[in-house]
Design a protein around this ligand. Structure first.
Ligand code: ASP
Length: 357
């Protein structure tokens, strides 16, 4: 073989050879041009009795989020912009426990958590316990991009977000009758005195209207993961937390590595009992299992849900850098959707209606 031919062979073969020792091989490179998006609307034990209007409305919202994400990704937009835009849409939708429609804490107020992460740079931003920001996910992105920190909490977080251009709302903006009833039910189950009214006065156009019982265990945290055509992954998650939580409680959604995580190999958004996801650093564990134990994204998600967390703790959506998706929960339901550049477009609500990996 001539010297030139040998050099060419080295250039071609070397990446494949080092690949077998753990360094990326050519086959490991993300496939250019491929994009994918997954979203969820919270793990919970929604009853199958959910009426038709409610189911259709939920599906419409999931479809709307997927379509919006698809449009951005198919025209070359970044995964970071997509996850933020989709989570903003879901925060504005009162069906979900994020932004408008957030649950009540024990004293009848709303405290919201959100975080966002850019997998290609490991930059992340989060807010915890914000009360006056219409879209906490926007505040999380601003923390990432305009502060030297990764997490701001409470008053300081509200102040930072508003000073940096986030829309300010009063607490009554978050009010929904359904969430108020859920909180009353939760307090009664804990043997606590029900609250006569929220911790703020309700806007006259939003008085309690429904006598429908609260949905059993309705979830509603929202999250989105995306892979863009440059091979970059991102994750965003937003929540009002747990119904009847103590004031000041911070859940996994605000904790990078617990309820939200992205790196070069995967993007994860979690939902469920936040304390459990924090204890076990679940979102980062999915990434670790993929990198260190060489599990697929689906194996890593299932391992966390089935072997580390307890049945009923919640669910997760995750994408790998080839656009493979995993969406599972150990609750009865987790409204979710997936779309990609091969034309897949799938929605499901209950867990036994599987979206195949
Ligand atoms: N993980 C959220 C929290 O603990 C709640 C949820 O996803 O339903 O704050």
């Amino acid at each position: 073989m001539s010297n030139r031919a040998a050099r060419i062979m080295t250039v071609i073969l070397l990446p494949m050879i080092v690949g077998s020792s753990g360094v990326q091989s050519i086959a490991d490179q993300p496939k250019a041009g491929r994009w994918a998006i997954a979203l969820h609307g919270g793990a919970g034990n929604r009853s199958r009795e959910m009426d038709r209007d409610e189911r259709e409305s939920l599906e419409r919202s999931l479809r709307g989020g997927l379509n919006a994400g698809k449009d951005i990704l198919s025209s070359g937009g970044s995964s970071l912009d997509v996850v933020e835009a989709v989570v903003v849409m879901l925060e504005d939708d009162p069906q979900f426990n994020a932004g408008k429609g957030a649950v009540f804490n024990r004293v009848g107020a709303h405290e919201l958590d959100a975080s966002i992460m850019d997998g290609s740079t490991l930059r992340c931003g989060a807010v915890a316990g914000v009360k006056f920001v219409k879209n906490p996910i926007k505040a999380a992105r601003l923390v990432m991009e305009r502060s030297p920190h990764v997490l701001l909490a409470g008053e300081g977080a509200d102040q930072f977000a508003i000073e940096n251009g986030c829309e300010r709302v009063t607490q009554d903006y978050f009010y929904t009758d359904r969430r108020f009833r859920e909180m009353q039910d939760a307090l009664a189950k804990q043997g606590l005195e029900p609250l006569a009214k929220p911790a703020y006065s309700i806007h006259p156009h939003d008085p309690p209207t429904s006598d429908k019982p609260a949905l059993e265990g309705a979830g509603g945290t929202v999250g989105c993961v995306a892979l863009d055509s440059r091979g970059h992954l991102a994750a965003a998650t937003s929540t009002g937390g747990l119904t009847g939580k103590l004031p000041g409680r911070v859940g996994d959604t605000a904790i990078c590595g617990a309820g939200n995580y992205a790196n070069k190999n995967c993007a994860v958004s979690a939902t469920g009992r936040g304390e459990q996801y924090i204890r076990h650093s679940i979102a980062a564990k999915v990434a670790w299992l993929m990198a260190e134990r060489r599990l697929t994204v689906d194996e890593a998600v299932r391992h966390c849900l089935d072997e580390i967390l307890k049945p009923g703790d919640g669910g997760m959506i995750a994408l790998d850098r080839d656009g493979k998706v995993s969406m599972h929960a150990t609750t009865a339901a987790m409204p979710r959707g997936f779309a990609d550049s091969t034309g897949r477009f799938e929605l499901a609500i209950w867990i036994d209606a599987q979206v195949s990996p």
